[in-house]
Design a protein around this ligand. Structure first.
Ligand SMILES: Nc1nc2c(ncn2[C@@H]2O[C@H](COP(=O)(O)OP(=O)(O)OP(=O)(O)O)[C@@H](O)[C@H]2O)c(=O)[nH]1
Ligand SMILES: [Mg+2]
Length: 254
């Protein structure tokens, strides 16, 4: 049986987290790793209580709020050291329903290396509890990034997704630029560019009903700049290769 690791980054999520962990553990083959950034509300303590009852739950505690992207990178590296086959990203705030996990299993077994739980498949909007402004930001952000990066995906920013071990191993996790939700865009781009199959499946997204959002202007700005940074790097790498080829050709011809 394939082993799945559900990674949950947390910052002040003590209210909603236990129910999320419980619902994940109902599914065989799934372990949980919480990456907590010294949450002042005592989220880590809540996780340790769950850990005393289940050996399928682990925690990595970081000293300060270091961002969602780096929390996932830390979790991926931890899971890659162990023998996990698939890595799920899931939020702690109840926005992502663990009942969808068996669908991720099915999709991954069809041969994908990244499956994104999309809120926007087939022109539909499967979001519960967002106001028009938030929806517009998300829809526009997706359209903007997918056009610039040339990706045919409907929900690049979704944080409910599953990667294969091979895909994560193929990516240079230390070369990742972003730390907010732009991290999701960057990962989808890197997995696609590395030649892996990326798929989407429909999910319903529920606005959090406790705790508070970590979204900030800085995080939105990072996501606006990211697609251009990735494109620039692509051009730089391409030009670099041309120069290298010329250099070798000159050396060979004397
Ligand atoms: N470890 C860690 N987790 C974080 C950090 N920032 C956000 N998270 C977690 O990442 C997940 C997503 O963060 P949210 O604040 O819900 O961000 P969002 O889903 O984009 O925004 P909302 O829709 O407003 O909730 C949650 O589980 C957060 O607790 C961080 O700096 N470090
Ligand atoms: Mg959220």
């Amino acid at each position: 049986m394939n082993k799945f690791l559900a990674i949950i980054p947390t910052y002040n999520e003590k209210k909603s987290l236990p129910a999320v962990i419980d619902s994940i553990l109902k599914h065989d083959g799934f372990d949980v790793l919480v990456v907590d950034d010294a949450s002042p509300d005592g989220t880590a303590q809540v996780v340790k209580e769950v850990m005393s009852k289940s050996n399928r739950v682990s925690i990595l505690e970081r000293p300060a709020k270091l961002g969602l992207g780096s929390a996932y990178v830390t979790g991926f590296k931890w899971g890659l050291e162990l023998d996990y086959d698939y890595f799920i990203e899931i939020d702690a705030d109840g926005s992502h329903n663990p009942e969808a996990l068996p669908w991720f299993v099915k999709e991954m077994e069809r041969g994908y290396d990244l499956v994104i739980g999309s809120r926007y498949i087939a022109g539909k909007i499967s979001v519960v509890g967002w106001d028009f402004r938030r929806l517009l930001l998300s829809k526009f952000g997706n359209l903007y990034a997918s056009r610039i990066l040339g990706l045919r995906l409907t929900d690049l920013t979704s944080g409910f997704r599953c990667y294969s071990r091979q895909a994560l191993k193929a990516i240079d996790l230390d070369r990742i630029y972003s730390n907010g939700y732009a991290f999701q865009i960057e990962m989808a781009y890197l997995v696609t560019r590395a030649g892996f199959e990326v798929g989407e499946m429909p999910i319903i997204f529920y606005e959090r009903n406790s705790g508070s959002s970590k979204m900030s202007k800085k995080i939105v700005r990072e996501a606006a700049i990211l697609p251009w940074r990735l494109r620039m790097r692509e051009i730089k790498d391409f030009v670099g290769k041309i120069f290298l080829k010329r250099k070798y050709a000159k050396e060979i011809s004397g």
